[in-house]
Design a protein around this ligand. Structure first.
Ligand code: HEC
Ligand code: HEC
Length: 268
């Protein structure tokens, strides 16, 4: 799976790092992961998982970012257009976008998150087919775009036309569900730091998505995580991209306000 040049770089990079002790990539001071009493999931991870995120050469999520960069530049075979032909350099044009999504979309009268915006672009500006939610390509483009906001604080709009969606997401967050009769809040506000089977429950912030989750051995979106949490309390999950999860995403992004984007984060 891993391209050969990349594994060579990985080994060379790791060897170079062993000598210097310098970390390439995120490797922030841990103080950055706590803002106004809110702690990123990073601080609930063990040392090995943290190291995986700290170093861009070791972070498996960087494969998705690299794959997203390729897709960004790839012209659609029919229209001949690529994302880059309109947006040019993503480092400039996409900087800060992930930090303020999801947003209210007047055209559809509902919320769109990054995944849905990317699909709108594909279908409406490029004449291409939409990508399946949770497909490798959509995760890659989402990771690539989100990565351009790494280090920027999350700040979403919850007023005006977004307000009713915010309220719906908030209600969802506090609703007890499933056979275990638990709300999101009862785990991520009341039980943060406690153990649940192999996991330490974090505060449930959305700073790192799409994340590379070791348990899944793959990338996963915010909505996949919501499904996983719903299923873990034996509640019926909603569909990926559903209005319920979009509202919940807006509320959780607001809860994470001020924390910096980490994409691609490594999680257990
Ligand atoms: C039974 C307890 C439980 C409930 C209820 C629960 N979760 Fe989780 N959640 C977990 C565990 C365990 C993890 C994995 C470890 C971690 O990151 O907290 C997790 C992870 C997450 C993460 C990833 C955090 C990160 O740093 O990447 C988010 C976001 C999240 N949950 C949101 C939710 C939302 C929204 C709900 C309500 C629909 C919910 N959770 C309900 C236990 C729970
Ligand atoms: C034909 C030109 C064109 C192409 C091709 C195009 N876009 Fe866009 N894109 C736009 C315009 C114009 C906007 C701003 C207006 C809007 O949001 O509809 C935009 C907005 C966006 C936004 C939202 C930015 C924000 O600040 O909210 C994202 C994300 C985005 N595009 C990603 C992509 C991706 C990914 C691709 C390739 C799959 C792509 N675009 C292809 C023209 C294009």
């Amino acid at each position: 799976m891993m391209p050969e040049w990349r594994s060579i770089c990985l080994v060379a990079g790791a060897m170079a790092l062993l000598g210097t002790g310098i970390v390439l990539g995120q490797g922030w001071d841990t103080a950055r992961y706590e803002v106004a009493g809110k702690k990123s999931g990073y601080l609930y991870m063990d040392e090995t998982t943290r190291q995986l995120q700290d170093d861009d050469f070791l972070n498996p999520g960087m494969f998705a970012v690299d794959a997203g960069r390729v897709l960004w530049e790839r012209p659609d075979p029919v229209s001949g257009k690529s994302c880059a032909s309109c947006h040019e350099d993503a480092e400039t044009s996409m900087r800060g976008v992930a930090a303020r999504y999801p947003v209210y979309d007047p055209a559809s009268g509902g919320l769109v998150n990054l995944e849905l915006r990317i699909n709108q672009m594909l279908t409406q500006t490029m004449g291409a087919e939409p990508l399946a939610y949770e497909s490798d390509d959509l995760l890659a483009l989402t990771a690539f775009i989100s990565h351009q906001s790494r280090g920027m604080p999350i700040e979403v709009a919850i007023d005006g036309p977004a307000a009713p969606f915010f309220e719906a997401g908030k209600a969802f967050y506090f609703t007890r569900l499933g056979q275990l009769d638990l709300s999101c809040s009862q785990c991520h506000d009341d039980r943060a730091g406690e153990r649940l089977r192999g996991d330490v429950i974090s505060e449930g912030h959305v700073t790192g998505f799409p994340i590379f989750r070791l348990l899944w051995d793959s990338m996963g979106s915010r909505h996949r995580m919501f499904q996983w949490c719903n299923t873990s309390i034996r509640a019926e999950p909603y569909a990926l991209g559903s209005p319920e999860y979009l509202s919940l995403e807006l509320y959780t992004a607001w809860r994470s306000s001020g924390l910096p984007i980490e994409t691609p984060a490594a999680r257990r």
